[in-house]
Design a protein around this ligand. Structure first.
Ligand code: C5P
Length: 230
């Protein structure tokens, strides 16, 4: 069976009307919607409920990281929004991840662990006292997420070939930092194009500005969709 890779469009806007305006230009048959901290903090659950009603799958990217009891309760609250994917920081530790997963295990929601952020470099690891290289840390956090019963991780596409042998076959790899062409001074330091990300083993491509910033977002979305499904 050929594995299908999904696309989730990151809607990083500061207002409900801007978010609805972009989502209205997209078709749920080609993508899900990723709602992160900026939009959710500005608009709250309304945008999640609205996108679900329009037929989109929703990835709520709030990267919870707190004491286990608080993260568990936040996951339960999020699960009531009928979302499809939710995430927590693997840096929050196994207790936190196990408790979070356990609280929503009866739901169809995929609980995903964030390993290291793409903005983290070696000097950051030293600053906070994490031992080993970036690759070692990503591997360690990914294994910790799997051992905690999480369904997958967020990582850079290029990380997948190095770590997948240590992880369950069913593990889901969600990869942001997707670029359709090279961008000068890009804030995504370890970007991959859609075809490379799929061949590295990505299950879900998270794409923001390359689609939302295009003159015709739906046209751009279909172009990527056709590229990875041809
Ligand atoms: O616009 P762009 O395609 O760079 O958007 C990427 C999205 O993925 C943003 O919403 C960002 O918050 C998110 N993300 C990321 N890197 C991670 C985790 C999430 O870029 N490690």
């Amino acid at each position: 069976m050929i594995k299908k890779t999904d696309i989730y469009v990151a809607i990083d806007t500061e207002s409900l009307s801007d978010a609805k305006n972009i989502i209205n230009q997209l078709n749920y048959k080609y993508c899900g919607i990723k709602i992160g901290k900026e939009l959710f903090t500005a608009c709250g659950p309304e945008i999640v409920i609205w996108a679900k009603k329009k037929g989109f799958k929703v990835f709520l990217d709030l990267k919870f990281h707190d004491i286990p009891n608080t993260v568990m309760k936040a996951c339960v609250a999020a699960s009531k929004l009928n979302i499809d994917i939710l995430n927590v920081h693997a840096l929050g530790g196994k207790d936190m991840m196990v408790t979070a997963k356990d609280a929503i295990k009866d739901k169809q929601i995929k609980l995903i662990g964030v390993t290291l952020l793409t903005s983290h470099d070696k000097s950051y690891l030293e600053e906070i006292g994490l031992v080993g290289s970036i690759d070692d840390c990503i591997k360690r956090l990914a294994i910790s997420a799997a051992e905690s019963g999480l369904d997958g991780i967020v990582c850079a596409a290029a990380d997948i070939p190095n770590i997948r042998k240590y992880l369950p076959n069913t593990f889901i790899y969600i990869t942001p930092g997707i670029r359709l062409e090279k961008i000068i001074n890009d804030d995504q330091k370890r970007a991959a194009n859609p075809i490379d990300a799929v061949s590295f083993g990505s299950d879900i491509l998270v794409i923001g500005r390359p689609i939302t910033g295009a003159p015709n977002p739906q046209e751009k979305l279909i172009k990527v969709y056709n590229q990875i499904n041809s």
